[in-house]
Design a protein around this ligand. Structure first.
Ligand code: NAP
Ligand code: F7E
Length: 328
């Protein structure tokens, strides 16, 4: 019989890649979707006919219980969150409710309805924040620097706690930044690749950015969802850092993207204080040795290839939109 999986956050970047992966593996895939005034299923439109979508919200306990009863899953992947760090200062209570307490709501529903369900929690490298060690590994102490990071620390520890308290097969993936052509427009990689594509096509003339000195360990989302799945196939649950082991500055990201389309970034990039954060995470670089050793997981896409993939995709998207708008 086909395995069944429930994905929260299926309409997001990772949810869409994970849904594709699980469908390819022969799973029956269920996704939790929240009601929005305009439907936002763009990332899953191409597979929507193969998915079972269930209405629910991480802030609503009843809907989570109902979703578990309807989907009757073997595996639950909790990818839903208020995931944008900058917004977490503007909406700290909402971020805590969804990104932190939402994890408890889901775990507690699992505990009552079917404690044999295997559970994946989307933890983040933002828990390391003001880093205590370089590179960061599973044992590195946490020092979050935003309401989002604090919420993810809570989500991580409640996952560990339900594993230890109730024996739930609950794993936490401590994922470093991962990107793709499906990344939200507000995150810096996509903002840059879309900005570059717009400038190249004459649709924009400037790109406003914040701190160019921050360094991130950027990988490809399509690789990272494979690590999520592998964690739940292990006999023993655990916590795993998922990263490339290399770090790059935002400035290098900008240079790489502009260079690819033969433009000089200095002619277009403007520093804008409105994108500077109240507290910054200066340097993230992960050590994925445990994931490599136990899960056999390795990243397949490097930084330059990733940036070029995203610029190409944004150029194509904008050109297609122009053709559609022109009615050609
Ligand atoms: P994303 O594109 O922002 O997707 C977030 C998803 O969560 C969307 O499907 C969103 O639904 C859903 N969601 C938000 N609030 C919800 C609520 N109250 N109830 C139900 N669903 C809700 O994020 P992502 O990049 O795919 O990341 C997936 C997960 O990994 C998140 O938990 C994120 O915090 C974590 N993470 C991401 C990275 C990264 O670099 N991408 C790294 C580490 C950890 P709508 O479409 O309706 O908004
Ligand atoms: O910022 C700097 C910014 O918003 C990266 C989320 O997926 O990864 C993501 O969080 C860096 C920061 O991602 C702009 O200050 C400069 O230092 O792309 P970002 P993030 O904050 O690292 C982690 C692992 C997650 O878990 C999160 O869910 O880029 N930066 N100028 C800028 N950032 C943005 N967004 N916009 C700018 O204009």
């Amino acid at each position: 019989m086909a395995k069944r999986a429930l994905i929260t956050g299926i309409t997001g970047q990772d949810g869409s890649y994970l849904a594709e992966l699980l469908l390819d593996l022969g799973y029956d895939v269920y996704g939790l979707v929240r009601r929005t005034s305009t439907q936002n299923f763009e990332r899953i439109a191409h597979i929507q006919h193969r998915l079972n979508l269930i209405s629910g919200d991480l802030s609503d306990q009843t809907s989570l219980q109902e979703a578990l009863i309807q989907a009757n899953p073997d595996e639950v992947y909790n990818l839903a969150a208020q995931s944008f760090v900058q917004t977490s200062w503007a909406q700290p209570v909402f971020t805590g409710d969804v990104t932190a307490l939402g994890v408890t709501r889901l775990l507690d529903a699992i505990r009552h309805i079917n404690p044999t369900i295997r559970f994946y929690q989307a933890t983040s490298s933002e828990i390391f924040g003001n880093v205590r060690e370089v590179p960061q590994r599973e044992t590195t102490p946490f020092y979050p620097r935003s309401p989002y990071g604090v919420a993810k620390v809570y989500g991580h520890w409640i996952t560990v706690n339900y594993r230890e308290s109730y024996g739930i097969h609950a794993s936490s993936g401590i994922l470093f930044n991962h990107e793709s052509p499906r990344r939200g427009f507000e995150f810096v990689t996509r903002k840059v690749t879309r900005g570059v594509a717009m400038i190249k096509l004459g649709l924009a003339h400037e790109l406003h950015l914040g701190n160019l000195d921050a360094q991130r360990d950027w990988g490809f989302a399509g690789d990272y969802v494979k690590a999520m799945w592998r964690m739940l196939q292990e006999d023993t649950p655990g916590d795993y850092v998922i990263a490339t082991g290399k770090t790059w500055s935002v400035q290098k990201l900008v240079e790489t993207a502009f260079e690819y389309v033969d433009l000089d970034w200095r002619d277009y990039v403007r520093q804008d204080p409105s994108f500077i954060r109240p507290a910054e995470v200066d340097l993230l670089v992960g050590d994925p040795t445990k994931a490599s050793t136990i899960l056999g997981w390795e990243p397949s896409v490097g930084f330059v290839e990733l940036v070029r993939m995203m610029v190409d995709a944004d150029l194509k998207l904008l050109q297609e939109n122009a053709v559609t708008a022109a009615g050609v």
